[in-house]
Ligand binder design. Structure first.
Ligand code: UDP
Length: 424
């Protein structure tokens, strides 16, 4: 047994349930991150409990993922889905129920890794109440986000204040890219400790199926030119830019062009409305005959979609990291992405794909066509992407960096205790 075995840690993700279906409204990168980090840390010998908010009576309260890793759903407010911008008022109850859970089970978590600003507030309370050490990953920064949207929500000033406080008080902040760290420093605070540890992907799940086998499985032709989007339906994801860019592709008159827009949505909810808006643009540009919207792509089928594509496009207005880019790269598929945030870190222009200014339809069209028009180069970019992911972005590597960070912080705690004992 190494010294880490039996060491308990809590990952808190109030609004991003790590045990839920990915690809629907509000379920995206954060859920994937927490789930994979949790499972990989458990493999390394940590006892990992991931806390989230229960949103339906049908949900199990505790989901056991593996021997040392489980999701625990706490009640906070009524048991129903509440959009994240309206969740802040429920957090004191979340803290109360977290403390009750600890009491019932007879232990306290010495280290808490919080995700997104809502959870950071929970972590800061636990730090005050019981001295837990806090590691925090933002996943999104209010200071960046509010620059890119027209209507700022009522909760904005609270969020900005909480994001500043956690940066200045947590033992460590995990930035997932150098670009995110830079934004924290320039827009949030010059105080506080930041480490850069990227997000990861499962290099065994992606990249095992080759392009032709994947196309055969999905019913595409080997001659097709396939452009793929994977992600949530949210205006900030820039799907409109992609559709308009493909609409002016020089390959459009060639019968083999295919545009696939994968992602879940619920009619009437905000993602359902965005899907409808995108479908209207597709109709307006006369693109229905070569565009498909297959809905949510399950984790099982995703590797085939990425592998089948000639190019995967990530046209976000802003992206703190962007898991989709590294999933495509792990699948030997070049990426055309917006020249923003974490995408500037993951995508290396001319080596693993291309970057284009966000919302610039002409630039996206040119970049996509450059790749579609040169299959040999596409292969080369695909291999470059796979290599980059293997060397920098595997979950195992990410989890071991996080594990080292936790060990260092917990060690400091032991040293602090010893110092107190010596001085008393
Ligand atoms: N995803 C999925 N099925 C879908 C759409 C998305 O499994 O139909 C997953 C995708 O594979 C990725 C995550 O959702 O792991 C999206 O993460 P990303 O960081 O790209 O964006 P976010 O949702 O955090 O804005």
């Amino acid at each position: 047994m190494n010294s880490r075995t039996e060491q308990r840690i809590a990952l808190i993700s109030v609004h991003g349930d790590p045990a839920i279906e990915i690809g629907k409204e509000e379920a995206g990168g954060q859920n994937v991150y927490v789930r994979h980090v949790g499972e990989a840390l458990a493999q390394l010998g940590w006892q990992v409990d991931m806390f989230t908010r229960k949103i339906s009576e049908e949900q199990q309260t505790i989901v056991q993922h593996s021997a040392n890793c489980r999701t625990i759903r706490l009640q906070a407010g009524s048991v129903e889905f509440v959009p994240r911008d309206n969740l802040f008022g429920y957090l004191p109850e979340f803290v109360k129920n977290f403390l009750a859970f600890q009491k019932e089970n007879g232990f306290t978590y010495p280290l808490i890794h919080t995700n997104y600003w809502l959870s950071s507030w929970v972590g800061m309370q636990l730090k005050k109440i019981q001295g837990s050490k806090q590691v925090h990953t933002y996943h999104s920064l209010g200071a960046v986000k509010y620059n890119t949207i027209k209507t700022v929500p009522l909760i904005a000033s609270t969020r900005l204040a909480v994001e500043k406080e956690v940066l200045e008080t947590a033992e460590r902040i995990v930035a997932t890219s150098p670009q995110e760290k830079e934004h924290m420093r320039s827009l949030v605070s010059t105080k506080g400790n930041i480490d850069i540890i990227p997000c990861g992907t499962d290099i065994r799940r992606f990249g095992w199926i080759d392009r032709q086998a994947a196309r055969a499985e999905l019913g595409f032709d080997s001659e097709d030119k396939i452009v793929l989007y994977v992600g949530r339906f949210d205006p900030r994801k820039g799907i409109e830019t992609l559709v308009r860019a493909v609409g002016q592709s020089e390959f459009r008159d060639n019968r083999n062009l295919k545009l696939i827009i994968g992602g879940g949505s619920v009619p009437g909810q905000s993602d359902g409305m965005e899907r409808e808006r995108i479908e209207e643009i597709i109709a307006e540009l006369g693109m229905q005959d070569f565009t498909t919207l297959p809905g949510r792509l399950s984790q099982e089928i995703l590797p085939s979609y990425y592998a089948a594509a000639d190019v995967c496009v990530v046209p976000s207005h802003y992206e703190p990291f962007g898991l989709v880019a590294i999933e495509a790269m792990a699948s030997y598929t070049p990426v055309v992405a917006s020249d923003v945030g974490g995408l500037q870190f993951t995508v290396v222009p001319e080596a693993t794909g291309l970057l284009a200014p966000p919302q610039d339809v002409d630039a996206f069209a040119t970049a996509i066509d450059r790749i579609l028009g040169n299959p040999e180069w596409r292969e080369k970019l695909g291999k470059g992407g796979r290599q980059r992911v293997e060397s920098k972005f595997s979950w195992d590597g990410v989890a071991s960096q996080l594990g080292e960070l936790y060990t260092e912080i917990l060690q400091t705690k032991v040293e602090e205790k010893e110092a107190v004992l010596l001085s008393s």
